[in-house]
Write a protein that binds this ligand. Structure first.
Ligand code: SF4
Length: 476
């Protein structure tokens, strides 16, 4: 294959053509565009319309199963056999579409316009597409004009579905945009398509198919022809770590640039590993944010830091997200999962070794709590962890604790001993006189009910105090 003259000296097609895998792509292209692959004219009319209906349902997010085609959307599929384009216009087609499942008025009107233009176009005969599988660019452009501009690329898939090949590999174009411009997802405009076609205009007979050949080879690089046995790394989720062009790819090199889509965040994650991503990108990989939301999240994170989010209630997270953004619930669930991952909780049957075990067990949960919480752990006769109980949750200053609430569950569960624990939201774990009084009361009651209180651990900000270790449980 001769080397193409690339636009603005841009080397993408040249670089792709030089890859060893491109030879397999060229061979696949030659096989793929055999003229004998085209069906005969009459069946093709029906096949083309069916492919059009299938794709329209898909583009508009409507069910496109065979059952749907046979039943709910039958009026759409029958239209081709029943319509007389001389007497039917968009209004009549819209009425027929009214027999299908309900559609928003705008969608129905747009579909009716597309179908009207299609039936008018079809009167010109399928020879407009040429007798060869390769559709020339003018014919492809006429086909594109049947559709709204946003479908400029997608509408070519309808022709490919029945054996024609118009140049316009979306994957190849996307790969070129990534490689040369650092754009992860290009705008799928008709202008972009024309630019791509110009880029693919090879000097002479590439792969026997000119621009079509280059387009096919670039598509193969983008993983579009795996069904024909040609692998390529630059698909919707690019495998940059395995891509032979990664060192020179503008997108792969621009790691410091903020990501603008979930797919891009996912691709970065695969390329760099999660440890190589900033917090904004990690959050982006989890949440479907649009670019404006992502920028707002990033800016707020830079101001508050991720740690400041821990311990926030759902309404507080909603306020942080400024209400309009999605994901307060997901963010809350994520923070909870992170907290549990970092937890070093004791498991039932595990031997209790001392106050540090209690601190580790509750640390993550109590670290960012703005309320005082009073809890306990129950131990069995061999000082093994039996379970935990939340006794009370209080105000900013105090958890209100009644001794009865402390012993109810341990008596029922036949615990042999308990360790009580509470947190100081101020961060200072020094026991207050009230803490010491309460502990002494609990120790006395524990002796009476036969469930000794063997320690009271106070947890502050990454610190704790064991009242047993300080001798505060020994009193006259
Ligand atoms: S490095 Fe990644 S984005 Fe760039 S061309 Fe290769 S697969 Fe595509």
């Amino acid at each position: 294959m001769a080397k193409p003259e690339t636009a603005g000296g841009a080397p993408f097609l040249e670089r792709v053509a030089a890859l060893p895998s491109s030879e397999a792509a060229r061979q696949a292209f030659t096989r793929y565009v055999q003229p004998s692959s085209l069906p005969r004219e009459v069946p093709l009319q029906g096949a083309l319309y069916r492919a059009l209906a299938d794709h329209l349902l898909r583009w508009y997010g409507l069910p496109a199963t065979p059952a749907a085609a046979a039943w709910e959307w039958a009026p759409l599929y029958r239209l081709e056999r029943e319509i007389d384009p001389h007497y039917f216009g968009p209004r009549e087609i819209a009425e027929r579409l009214g027999q299908c499942p309900p559609l928003p008025p705008d969608t129905r009107a747009e579909l009716a316009d597309i179908l009207t233009r299609y039936f008018q176009w079809r009167q010109g005969g399928l020879e407009q597409l040429g007798a060869q599988p390769l559709v020339n660019h003018d014919a492809a452009e006429r086909w594109q004009r049947l559709f709204p501009p946003r479908f400029a690329w997608r509408c070519l898939d309808v022709l490919k579905a029945v054996g024609f090949y118009p140049a316009g590999s979306a994957g190849g174009y996307r790969a070129q945009q990534r490689f040369e411009r650092g754009v992860f997802e290009p705008a799928w405009s008709a202008t972009g398509w024309r630019e791509w076609i110009e880029l693919c205009e090879a000097p002479s007979g590439a792969a026997g198919g000119g621009a079509h050949g280059w387009d096919f080879v670039a598509g193969a690089f983008a993983g579009e022809w795996t069904a024909l046995g040609v692998e390529g790394p630059c698909g919707p989720e690019p495998l940059c770590d395995r891509c032979p062009l990664a060192a020179d790819c503008a997108w792969a090199r621009g790691k410091e640039r903020p990501v603008r889509s979930v797919a891009e965040a996912a691709a970065r994650l695969r390329m760099s590993g999660p440890g190589g991503l900033d917090e904004g990108t990690l959050l982006h990989a989890l949440f479907g944010l649009d670019p404006a939301q992502a920028a707002a999240w990033r800016e707020r994170l830079e101001r508050t830091g991720l740690r400041a989010l821990a311990g926030r209630s759902l309404p507080e997270l909603e306020a942080w997200l400024k209400g309009g953004d999605p994901g307060a619930e997901r963010l809350s669930a994520l923070l909870e999962l992170a907290k549990r991952l970092a937890d070093e909780r004791m498991l039932p049957g595990e031997t209790f070794r001392g106050a540090r075990d209690v601190f580790n067990h509750f640390r993550m949960r109590l670290r960012d709590s703005k309320q005082e919480q009073f809890l306990l752990i129950m131990l069995d006769s061999r000082r093994r962890f039996q379970g935990e109980v939340e006794v009370s949750k209080g105000t900013m200053e105090r958890a209100l604790v009644h001794p009865r609430d402390v012993f109810t569950v341990p008596i029922r569960e036949q615990a042999s001993a308990v360790v009580v624990v509470h947190n100081h939201p101020s961060g200072d774990p020094s026991p207050s006189p009230e803490d010491i009084n309460l502990t002494q009361q609990l120790v006395k009651i524990g002796e009476l009910v036969g469930i000794p209180v063997i320690d009271h651990v106070v947890i502050g900000d990454e610190r704790f105090v064991s009242m047993a270790e300080r001798g505060l449980l020994n009193f006259p």
